[in-house]
Design a protein around this ligand. Structure first.
Ligand code: M6R
Length: 369
């Protein structure tokens, strides 16, 4: 049942191109428009939405953080993202014009379920993004957009995360399409780019041997830090979460712009720092900023592990290790940039003799608080 792989996690990492393609299947028509009829929230209700609130836990929360960049950019509707466990215990301001998006692989996470109940009680419409047919969260939501990752067995979420991202992009683009936006041309272009994204994920998977080698060489380290900006920041958080749960190492993700506000004090000789570099095209300011961040940490002794787009030469002089990912539109980069971090964490877990599919103290779905 592991299909020839040693662990479910390896199998699930390898299944990502298919999971991504399956999640897009039938949702984009020949003319490049989105056909999300399954989101049974009427267009006039979606047009009146004045705020989107995303609630989720763990990896699904990281997908939500990335969704915020896409939703606000393409739709100009304000979007908040909150840990379900925080949201449900405060007094959030919601009404009939709020669209709450609950993201959950299992559809059974207690905090996410309670958060959506809390939202519906206040009249908000709830859209679930979920991987498990007929589970509680979609059953209790107004509408559901299923991710088609197939069953995910390993506790550490991989293919579910990539498909959550795809679903989030679809929701963002669909909201843009329904409401009309000044980014109509860009939306059409991104929909075209989505069609080839599964191939890009496949290409990343084909080049992972050096990442595995690097991971093995770091098995004795105590700490790995992750830095990113823009959508690369949640990718950094996700890379750190994977490493904690699989390798049982201290790992932290930071927004690179925060370095000087504290985290740079953690940099000492040979500490590995993974840096997710945004594309030099498009928002080149971000790219230039992160290149100087890499220089700053390297000058203080960090061992830099740089995840950068193919053809981005500016990072080469400052990268102790360079991991290349295919060129993608800025907002879609997490779909390719996360994959090496999953492989990295999985290999480190193996090198440290840890149980990959069932890490200590963790459960696949957290149905208690
Ligand atoms: O089933 P859910 O997506 O609601 O689960 C949320 C988290 O428990 C889950 O993503 C967890 O963080 C994973 N073990 C991360 O790999």
């Amino acid at each position: 049942e592991k299909g020839g792989y040693d662990y479910f996690m390896l199998k699930e990492i390898a299944e990502q191109p298919k999971a991504v393609a399956d999640t897009l299947l039938g949702r984009i028509d020949g003319s490049g428009s989105l056909t999300l009829d399954e989101v049974r929230i009427p267009a006039n209700v979606l047009r009146e939405v004045d705020k989107v609130v995303i609630v989720a836990c763990g990896t699904a929360f990281h997908a939500g953080l990335i969704a915020k960049y896409a939703i606000e950019h393409w739709t100009r509707v304000p979007c908040e993202v909150e840990l379900a466990s925080e949201f449900r215990y405060r007094d959030p301001i919601l009404d009939q014009q709020t669209l709450v998006v609950a993201i959950s692989q299992s559809g059974e996470t207690m905090d996410t379920l309670m958060a959506l109940r809390h939202a519906r009680e206040q009249g908000a419409k709830v859209l679930a993004i979920c991987n498990t047919n007929g589970s509680t969260i979609p059953r209790e939501s107004d509408a559901v957009l299923y991710t088609h990752a197939g069953p995910e067995v390993a506790v550490a979420s991989t293919k579910a995360f990539l498909t959550q991202l795809v679903a989030c992009y679809l929701v963002a683009l669909y909201l843009g399409q329904v409401r009309g936006t000044k980014y109509a041309d860009e939306i059409r272009a991104v929909v075209r780019d989505l069609a080839s994204i599964s191939g890009a994920v496949e290409r990343v998977l084909d080049t992972m041997e050096p990442v595995r080698e690097l991971a093995r060489s770091l098995a004795e380290k105590n700490t790995v830090l992750f830095l990113g900006r823009h959508v690369g920041y949640p990718v950094a958080l996700e890379g750190a979460l994977k490493l904690k749960e699989l390798a049982y190492m201290h790992a932290e993700g930071f927004a690179a712009g925060e370095l000087k506000h504290g985290p740079i004090a953690l940099i000492e000789d040979d500490v590995p720092v993974v840096v997710v570099v945004p594309s030099p095209r498009g928002r080149s300011v971000l790219h230039d900023k992160i290149v100087s961040n890499i220089q700053e940490i390297r000058a203080r002794g960090a061992r830099t592990i740089v995840v950068a787009e193919e053809g981005d030469d500016a990072v080469v002089p400052y990268a102790d290790h360079l991991i290349r990912v295919p060129v993608t539109p800025t907002l879609l980069q997490p779909l390719v940039a996360t994959v090496p971090l999953q492989v990295f964490a999985c290999e480190l877990a193996t090198a440290r003799g840890n149980e990959v599919d069932q890490p200590r103290n963790l459960a696949k779905s957290v149905t208690v608080e």
